[in-house]
Design a protein around this ligand. Structure first.
Ligand SMILES: [Zn+2]
Length: 152
């Protein structure tokens, strides 16, 4: 059985394990990851649940590039059933905001670059649409400054 401990260590996301990887051509790397936590906290009643219900469809989340390859994390969020309120809920992970197609650190890195370089240029290098890149910039700018920073 293959062991991906080294990739897990290099990836360095909390409570995440690499289960598989895939090189796509010369410029892409896909990492298949899963959460290593056995429990999740119900957002409704704060009870800790060990009862895994199911997993959602795997999603591809953009992460920081490695060795000049664009990196995509394939991750299937897990759904738990709460024993307290019987609700089912999707586990939260600290490295990604729900609903977003990229990791927090990717967002941060892009934001820092777009503060110095034109958005269009960063978008082209990253293979994103300008709208997507601009959206990332604005989200992060709002977080960075409560008054809402704007691009100068
Ligand atoms: Zn609950």
């Amino acid at each position: 059985m293959a062991n991906y401990d080294m990739l897990t260590e290099l990836l360095d996301l909390p409570n995440v394990r690499v289960t598989h990887y895939q090189l796509v051509g010369k410029h892409r790397l896909n990492l298949f990851v899963e959460s290593t936590l056995e429990a999740a906290v119900c957002p409704n009643c704060q009870q800790v649940s060990l009862a895994m219900h199911d997993t959602s469809e795997p999603q591809m989340l953009r992460d920081l590039p490695i060795w000049n390859r664009r990196c995509g994390l394939w991750y299937a969020p897990r759904r738990f059933k709460c024993t307290g309120c019987s609700d089912t809920f999707v586990e939260r992970v600290v490295w990604r905001e729900p609903g977003l197609g990229y990791t927090q650190r990717y967002e941060h890195s892009l934001y820092e670059r777009m503060r110095r370089e034109p958005v269009a240029q960063v978008a082209r290098i990253e293979g994103l649409t300008e709208e997507a890149a601009q959206g990332i910039f604005e989200r992060r700018a709002k977080k960075a400054s409560p008054t809402g920073a704007t691009r100068s």
